[in-house]
Design a protein around this ligand. Sequence first.
Ligand code: CTP
Ligand code: MG
Ligand code: K
Length: 175
Amino acid sequence: MLEVIVIAFWSMLPAYVPNNAAVLFGGGRPIDGGRIYNGRRLLGDGKTWRGTAAGTLAGIAVALVLNVLATPLPGYLPTFPVTAVFTLPAGAMVGDIAASLIKRRTGRDRGAAMPGLDQLDFVVGSLSLTAIIAPAWFSDTFTIPVLLVIVVFTPLFHLGLNVIAYRFGWKDEPY
Ligand code: CTP
Ligand code: MG
Ligand code: K
């Protein structure tokens, strides 16, 4: 059981870091360029080019560091192929952006909470993109028990990190 939890956390770390990096380094030009559709922004000012690029690069860096660390660590820890090095963080950013699109279409302003979606958008994005681009590695790494641990623990972990970021004043809302 502990092994499954460790694999889940390790494999998703390149997908966890991008959101936090985007919060720290985000800002500047919004991806939607300010475009309005049916009276509401397409994505809003919370999704920027700089935040997306910084988040993706941070996740890539984490995956590369884990690949180096994997050598001396226990053999059950997976290494990330180049495809997954990219798809885990990029998919996380795409999932978060897709969630903002859904939030704006359902009448929620920037920063509004949408419980469930807020905590799992990046998980669905990173796993989906990885399953499409690196299917063999995906099925080897993300077994059913590992996926279950990810779905149960990620929202708690994500919420915990966001509360800390909020307390430090890095983030506007604690979710
Ligand atoms: N951020 C960014 N680019 C991204 C994602 C996040 O610049 N692709 C930055 C923004 O400064 C954003 C902050 O990180 O305000 C927090 O991210 P998030 O909670 O996802 O955005 P919200 O501002 O809450 O907007 P939304 O309601 O659209 O999620
Ligand atoms: Mg938010
Ligand atoms: K979000």
